[in-house]
Design a binder for this molecule. Structure first.
Ligand code: 13P
Length: 252
């Protein structure tokens, strides 16, 4: 595997309930990863906390948002643009999370968002993942189509600004993560899909895993899954656990 910087992303979803708590978590994470050298850490709070947390970004801890809109400005009630995000020192954007897909976000909208984000020099964390993982193997075709649709017309020179987050929907919020060997199979498959699209340049795209990652399984998944890092939900709200996972990734 090409040596790319490792990446651990915390997706706070619609949490925590107060700005004070958000500041506390971000501060604790920032202090906790002071000596982390090889791993990029990205905190993705709700939109309203981005500006108050915009003092957080340093070389190793960065800010990301959980969504974005693809138009530059105008009459789009409730939406937030890429340039507005960049003013809050946001450099990553999670796009196409399964929870947003479940609310009706389409592959076409996801593709527009990926193009808007990468075009402006931010990094798109493109979420893909199947709802069911059974012996019929339909999950391969589903994940392939999600990747191809999300990256349609994204040029080769922007690939440094793309991360693929493989999150099997059934593992999100679950008790157990996907077994490391299966994560490895999916990482290889995703790499093949990307290679077929972009050739050798695809090796510059980091592939991370998300779904029930915690302090107990992180070592096993990072060792056996051959991914570049994690996208973490629940455990990213517990600064101590999140930092522990980051250290596991950093030392692996
Ligand atoms: P959990 O880590 O809580 O399973 O959530 C995963 C996720 O959805 C991250 O985007």
């Amino acid at each position: 595997m090409k040596k790319l910087k490792k990446l651990v992303v915390g997706n706070w979803k619609m949490n925590p309930s107060s700005l004070a708590e958000a500041k506390k978590i971000a501060g604790d994470v920032k202090r906790g990863v002071k000596n982390t050298k090889k791993t990029q850490v990205v905190l993705c709070p709700p939109f309203v906390y981005l500006y108050p947390l915009s003092g957080v970004p340093r070389t190793s801890v960065l800010l990301g948002s959980q969504n974005v809109f693809y138009e530059e400005a105008g009459s789009y009630t409730g939406e937030v643009s890429v340039s507005q995000l960049s003013q809050c020192k946001t450099s990553f954007v999670i796009i196409g999370h399964s929870e947003r897909r479940a609310m009706g976000e389409t592959d076409d909208q996801i593709n527009r968002k990926v193009r808007a984000v990468t075009h402006e020099g931010m990094t798109a964390i493109v979420c893909v993942g199947e709802k069911i993982h059974d012996q019929h193997g339909d999950y391969l075709a589903i994940v392939k189509k999600q990747i191809q649709d999300a990256l349609r017309d994204v040029s080769k020179k922007l690939l440094d600004h793309v991360v693929v987050a493989y999150e099997p929907v059934w593992a999100i919020g679950a008790q157990d993560a996907m077994p490391a060997e299966d994560v490895h199979e999916m990482a290889l498959f995703i790499k093949k899909v990307l290679r077929d699209m972009y050739g050798i340049l695809a090796d510059g795209i980091r592939i991370i895993y998300g779904g029930a990652v915690n302090t107990f399984n992180a070592q096993h998944i990072i060792d056996g899954g051959y991914v570049h890092g994690f996208l973490i939900g629940r455990e990213s709200l517990k600064a101590k656990n999140f930092v522990e996972i980051i250290k596991i990734v950093d030392l692996s």
